[in-house]
Ligand binder design. Structure first.
Ligand code: SF4
Length: 348
């Protein structure tokens, strides 16, 4: 529930509206998962609340910690379905803050060839409380592990975990508003990124929202034939449609967009791929983020060597594109891009 819903709920219980605000603060700002801990609420009301409601936060079943400090959580939802959430430290500093990579669906219907999540199939959309709950649950677990009393360890959110956020648009949006509320979790919109495989209808809707969140689009190939073979969504929205949607998004929002480009050795790193990419994006105010592929057992692709990554990068920069190379985190614990697959628990 967002703050307004909690206030309405308080009224339904014949309590003053401010009780809803108090509950909101306890859950979202103080990360409490028990009504009994809400010490400024009368005891009888706390007992009543505990009788009729529950604060539902996904349970951390297992956790893996990478050599670089990245943590991957296997989380269980109320219906026993499982999702993965990843916490990435922003530096090597002892007091570092974290970026959380959260899931928006259980499994994913998009079925990209290179992705472990896509290969587990699609089960259902997450509700907003389950999306927000990943942040609250991970934050609690992190504080416990680090023996920290700091509620603000997580400062950035990327909707890049399991699932396609644009196919669960309303719940994702509701979660953004809740996570952004300064009276609660208080994570700035500019510190949030929605990543889409290219669901054009979602990009068009997002352009109308007047939000400050960042948009990342997974491109992975710059010609329709290759992209369709890697990402079936390209059969629904072709590259010209996708690029046109991003162009109008930028015009409308005046915000930069990042195109993610997974580097699949032997597949999409040929000189012709670089040329296609330059031709496709040169006139746009975008960044291309190159992501060296992480091997998963289910896919037949190979990881590119550093020299090939460098060559591809140089060619794009030479062609006038703004390019970055993503430093991968957590690949030793299968927590890097494309490696999340909670349903196959043997992978965890
Ligand atoms: S890469 Fe993203 S959109 Fe594609 S199958 Fe994996 S989770 Fe779904």
């Amino acid at each position: 529930m967002n703050q307004e819903e909690l206030e309405d709920w308080a009224l339904d219980l014949h309590e003053p509206r401010f009780r809803g605000r108090q509950i909101y603060k306890w859950i979202y700002a103080k990360n409490t998962n028990s009504f009994y801990e809400m010490s400024d609420i009368p005891r009888e009301l706390r007992i009543k609340l505990d009788d009729i409601a529950q604060i539902s936060i996904p349970r951390v079943l297992k956790q893996k910690v990478s050599a670089d400090g990245t943590r991957k959580f296997l989380m269980e939802l109320e219906d026993k379905k499982r999702i993965e959430t990843v916490l990435i430290p922003q530096s090597k500093d002892k007091n570092t803050r974290y970026t959380i990579c959260i899931s928006s669906q259980v499994g994913c219907p998009i079925q990209c060839e290179f992705c472990a999540t896509g290969q587990t199939g699609f089960q259902r959309n997450l509700q907003a409380f389950e999306i927000v709950g990943q942040v609250l649950g991970s934050s609690r677990e992190l504080m416990r592990r680090l023996k920290s009393g700091d509620y603000g360890l997580i400062t950035n959110i990327v909707y890049m975990g399991m699932g396609e956020p644009m196919l669960n648009y309303d719940e994702v949006l509701k979660s953004i508003y809740i996570l952004n509320n300064p009276k609660g979790v208080n994570i700035g919109q500019r510190r949030m990124t929605i990543s889409t495989a290219g669901e054009v209808s979602g990009i068009e809707k997002l352009a109308q929202e007047n939000l400050q969140v960042n948009l990342a689009v997974s491109l992975h190939a710059a010609d329709d034939k290759l992209r369709s073979s890697l990402m079936p969504i390209n059969n629904k929205y072709s590259l010209p449609q996708l690029v046109a949607a991003v162009e109008s998004y930028i015009k409308k929002t005046n915000r930069k967009v990042t195109f993610e480009y997974l580097l699949l050795g032997e597949i999409n790193m040929r000189p012709v791929d670089a040329e296609n990419l330059i031709r496709l994006l040169k006139s746009q105010l975008v960044t291309v983020n190159l992501i060296p592929y992480n091997k998963i057992n289910e896919a037949a692709f190979s990881a590119p060597g550093n020299a090939k990554v460098r060559m591809f990068y140089d060619k794009l920069v030479h062609g006038g594109l703004n390019v970055t190379v993503r430093q991968e985190h957590g690949s030793d614990i299968d927590a890097a891009c494309g490696q999340l697959a909670a349903q196959k628990s043997s992978r965890f």
